[in-house]
Design a protein around this ligand. Structure first.
Ligand SMILES: C[S@@+](CC[C@H](N)C(=O)[O-])C[C@H]1O[C@@H](n2cnc3c(N)ncnc32)[C@H](O)[C@@H]1O
Length: 244
């Protein structure tokens, strides 16, 4: 575990994040995310078709609630989560360990060394689906390409990636989105990345890495546009294969 995660401030944050109020707020966000991403609509038929459990990777899963939400809506899924800057909170861990996982699912949270742009340890084409909600725009732009290459590497052909991102079509929307994002994520530093794109720019970006946009859903819960992309991996980027 990194030094940062052990600091006094982080242990205070950990306690705050384990409070029932924060926990239940995050749970309500889960319903909204599961509905808008169309995860159930696409993954339940995949489970039935495969006639065995499917493997899902959740990138940037925060305090683990994302793993919890996936577990509660998908019977027949093994879920792996990761987030280098966050941690699996005790209430979530307890729910997944003791409350009887939905349909015998398994759930795990990887160590902080594993991150979007470096999925070392996760096998080539080992995943049926990947979920990455509101993560890319928080990362340096120079890591976006590597992240997509890694997603292409670990996802099987025909597998689905569910990516949600803030959509920004002009400078006015950019200003509003940055403001809202800072507020929502309690950002203290103004150095945090806010790398948004327009809907078309995201689409072209995903297509460069062997994906096609299978579905798109946009909602505007406040002044900010949230775009939910369902991507299908249609080709391998051969040179990216690892030796695992
Ligand atoms: C806005 S939060 C979204 C959390 C969760 N996916 C959700 O939608 O509720 C963005 C998350 O991305 C994570 N993140 C930032 N850089 C990352 C990276 N390089 N790899 C994986 N996750 C990252 C952050 O730690 C943070 O938890």
């Amino acid at each position: 575990m990194s030094e940062g995660r052990n600091s006094l401030f982080n242990s205070f944050l950990r306690k705050t994040n384990e409070m029932p109020l924060v926990d239940s707020w995050l749970d309500r966000r889960g319903d909204w995310l599961m509905d808008n991403s169309k995860i159930r609509e696409y993954l339940r038929p995949m489970i039935q078709e495969k006639k065995q459990k499917i493997k899902i990777l959740s990138i940037g899963s925060g305090k683990g609630h994302e793993i919890d939400w996936l577990d509660s809506v998908l019977e027949g899924a093994d879920i792996t989560g990761l987030d280098p800057n966050d941690f699996w909170t005790k209430p979530v861990q307890k729910r997944l360990e003791t409350s009887g996982k939905f349909g015998g699912n398994t759930a795990e949270y990887l160590p902080p060394e594993v991150r979007a742009e470096d999925l070392t340890g996760i096998g080539d084409e080992s995943m049926d689906a990947i979920v990455m909600f509101f993560v890319l725009h928080h990362m340096d732009e120079n890591k976006h390409g590597k992240t997509m290459q890694e997603m292409n590497r670990v996802l099987r052909k025909g597998g689905l990636a569910f990516i949600s991102e803030d959509i920004v079509e002009n400078q006015q929307e950019r200003g509003l989105t940055v403001k809202q994002d800072r507020l929502l994520n309690a950002e203290v530093s103004s150095d945090n990345p806010h790398n948004y794109r327009s809907q078309n720019e995201w689409k072209e970006f995903f297509e460069r890495y062997g994906f096609r946009v299978k579905d798109y859903n946009e909602v505007q819960p406040d002044k900010v546009r949230n775009g939910f992309f369902v991507l299908e991996k249609i080709e391998d980027l051969e040179e990216q294969k690892s030796t695992i």
